[in-house]
Design a protein around this ligand. Structure first.
Ligand SMILES: Cc1cc2nc3c(=O)[nH]c(=O)nc-3n(C[C@H](O)[C@H](O)[C@H](O)COP(=O)(O)O)c2cc1C
Length: 272
């Protein structure tokens, strides 16, 4: 079977698949769209050709129209809804003392994999901390990493205000993981050039999906930094060799509800 197959009874030769193909390997033949065999390896498997065809005429070797969920227009957000959805997202730093079940955590990751990735490589992998006690172990390891930076590179530590964070941790206030019950570490193989961006977008998708599940989250910036160099933390989360963690999200049930949406600075724009 060639990479794409066309149902001749359905294809109207509208050229949508040709226009939408990212690597531009779909051509319009005299009869129907086709891909030259020598170009097949350039397919990035994004599924645009299948998804854009209005008549379900095109099947990719790896993807048929029936496998692609149809779009329900009635679920489209209005501009007002989209603005509130995006502007009401908040970093959550106070959590209920309640765990999230594994099924729900799995659902979050299942949604995050729809985030865009460079060349559709989908390199993002996850470590999910399920046991709240393990989150506290992670917070302790990040504190150890900060103590080490304070000793080794006091100027850097001062700039990052690590002394106040360590003091907070020692007094029982968790400024690192905010007593969240769970953590999601997004990591990828170092060979992927867009891995950092891919992980960040996947985490953003995850964060935006949290409120629909009654959940909230907060980026774990300190924890992310610590994963770069602190071997005990890498070992604890079983970070595989030759991979790098590019972001961490705290996850849990928010203790409080926000009633208003704070303002942000005007975006500086260079109009040309
Ligand atoms: C890359 C990144 C790292 C962050 N790290 C932390 C962190 O370690 N601890 C924390 O409490 N908030 C962290 N935040 C959350 C920001 O402080 C927060 O987004 C900002 O204050 C704006 O608030 P909002 O997210 O509710 O709009 C981080 C955010 C980003 C994007």
């Amino acid at each position: 079977m060639s990479l794409i197959s066309i149902d001749p009874d359905r294809c109207t030769k509208d050229g949508h698949c040709v226009a939408e193909c990212s690597p531009k390997i779909i051509e319009m033949g005299d009869d129907y769209p086709f891909i030259k065999v020598e170009n097949e390896e350039r397919c990035i498997d994004c599924g645009h050709c299948v998804a854009v065809c209005p008549t379900e005429a095109l099947t990719l070797k790896t993807l048929s129209p029936v496998e692609c969920s149809p779009l329900d227009k009635s679920l489209n957000l209005s501009e007002e809804q989209a603005i509130q959805f995006l502007r009401s997202r908040r970093s959550i730093r106070t959590y209920k003392n309640k765990s999230v079940d594994k099924e729900t955590l799995q659902k979050l990751i299942d949604l995050a994999r729809y985030a865009p990735t460079g060349s559709n490589k989908q390199p993002v992998q996850w470590v999910i901390i399920q046991d709240p006690a393990d989150v506290q172990t992670v917070a302790g390891m990040v504190t150890d990493w900060m103590r080490d930076i304070i000793a080794q590179a006091p100027d850097v530590a001062k700039e990052m205000k690590f002394d106040t964070i360590v003091a907070a941790q020692e007094s029982g206030v968790d400024r690192i993981c905010r007593n969240a019950p769970h953590l999601a570490f997004a990591f990828a193989d170092q060979s992927f050039p867009n891995a950092q961006t891919d992980c960040a977008i996947a985490l953003s998708y995850l964060e935006l999906f949290l409120p629909a599940n009654g959940l909230g989250g907060c980026w774990g910036g300190y924890t992310t930094f610590a994963t770069k160099s602190w071997q005990p933390l890498k070992d604890f989360i079983n970070l595989p060799e030759n991979t790098e963690c590019h972001g961490v999200m705290m996850i849990g049930y928010p203790r409080y509800r926000f009633h208003r949406m704070p303002t942000r600075r005007e975006a500086p724009i260079i109009w040309r």
